[in-house]
Design a protein around this ligand. Structure first.
Ligand code: NI
Length: 392
């Protein structure tokens, strides 16, 4: 433990420099070419083996311990967002309209730091550690891509850990939640069909606009009347498209939305509830509706058996009382897909700093990070791997 603390301290200036370089050169999902190259260079320089999964972006490193044993994966996502940075800092994004506004520069750097720490300690490791630098989290594609390319096999991953920054806690605190931390993400696509005609002669039409408006209001009754007030669900319609002229009643209205939930049993029932509401709502007007309900991402559901390990990790790295019990988020994370393949745990790493004004939420153009969190993120991931190697 003392050695990890020493390495965290030793690595800090390098981690700050690495993070600032990434922050200045953010790249959108599936276009993380420079970031991929920078990570490759750093791993190669440290003598860490790189596994070739055959993807253009993203990097997977492998540290083989001194003795045979399980394989623990650590994951950090590397992509940025189409947001124009409004921070006035020396390391401001040099690419107009693209910004690390979700802290993935911090995740990449923390994972690199963990890799460098574990590489120093590899003679003492009882198994392997895989370092997964994942592209395209923001578009929910990166985890699926790497899993399809075999990232959880050869060697087979026995447990997986990851983290996300949070401005809600200061550097030095880390959120440790048992069970549901981030919601399941599902996509709704609806088409309401009527009969078009003249806006002045509605009686000769079946107006899909009126039917759709009623349907959207009724959809809110799923959360308020069909789900227990003690459970968390969201059904939001985000787009409505219909018509081209003010005096024409259109034939079709197209709507899209998102549904969020935590409990698998509730998630399973949602398509049926949505279908019932949309069918009956539009039938009242004589229209018909079709539904496409796409299960995108399962929830980030922290494995109960790893909560004690995670709490120990945080207390050993940051001190007693630094493991916080957070309110979950209805936001999603494709880390959930790794958790379908192996037991997993996802932390929220405190990166907020009120004095410095680092209080802005995820995806805000003024999002920023207290860099004191960089060695902490590295230490938390490294120690998670070490403890998990002893357990699995
Ligand atoms: Ni993010």
């Amino acid at each position: 433990m003392k050695r990890i603390q020493e390495l965290m301290k030793e690595l800090e200036p390098r981690l700050v420099e690495f993070r600032r370089d990434l922050h200045m050169h953010p790249e959108l999902s599936m276009k993380e070419f420079r970031t991929t190259e920078r990570v490759r260079e750093a791993l190669t320089e440290a003598g860490i083996e790189i596994l070739d999964l055959g993807t253009e972006v993203g990097v997977v490193g492998l540290i083989r311990g001194a003795t045979e044993g399980p394989t623990i994966a650590l994951r950090g996502d590397i992509d940025a967002l189409p947001i124009h940075e409004e921070n006035d800092v020396p390391y401001r994004s040099k690419t107009d309209g693209v910004m690390h506004a979700c802290g993935h520069d911090v995740h990449t750097t923390s994972l690199l730091g963990a890799g460098l720490i574990l590489n120093e300690l590899k003679e003492t490791l009882k198994g392997n550690v895989k370092l997964i630098f994942q592209p395209a989290e923001e578009i929910n594609e990166g985890a699926r891509l790497l899993i399809d390319h075999g990232v959880m096999e050869n060697p087979r991953v026995d447990a997986v850990f990851g983290l996300h920054t949070t401005p809600d806690y200061p550097a030095g605190q880390v959120a440790v939640k048992s069970g549901g931390l981030m919601a399941a993400v599902d996509t709704i696509r609806i088409e309401v069909k009527g009969v078009g005609g003249h806006g002045a002669i509605p009686d000769s039409t079946i107006d899909p606009v009126v039917a759709a408006c009623s349907m959207v209001s009724n959809l809110q009754s799923i959360v308020s009347r069909n789900i227990s007030p003690l459970d968390s669900v969201v059904v939001s319609i985000g787009t409505i498209n219909a018509g081209i002229a003010n005096n024409v009643i259109p034939e079709v209205v197209k709507l899209t939305g998102t549904a969020r939930s935590f409990e698998p049993s509730i998630r399973e029932k949602l398509p049926e509830m949505v279908k019932r509401v949309i069918d009956n709502s539009v039938q009242a007007f004589g229209a018909t509706a079709s539904l496409e309900y796409i299960y995108h991402l399962p929830p980030v559901y922290n494995n109960e058996s790893l909560v004690d390990l995670a709490t120990e990790v945080v207390e050993e790295i940051c001190g007693k009382g630094s493991a916080m019990d957070p309110r979950p988020s209805m936001g999603g994370e494709d880390f959930a897909l790794y958790m379908e393949k192996a037991p997993g745990f996802f932390y929220w790493l405190g990166t907020g700093n009120k004095e410095k004004g680092y209080t802005h939420k995820w995806h805000n153009p003024r999002y920023n990070t207290d860099e004191k969190a960089l060695p902490i993120g590295s230490g938390v991931l490294a120690l998670s791997a070490i403890k998990a190697l002893e357990r699995f």
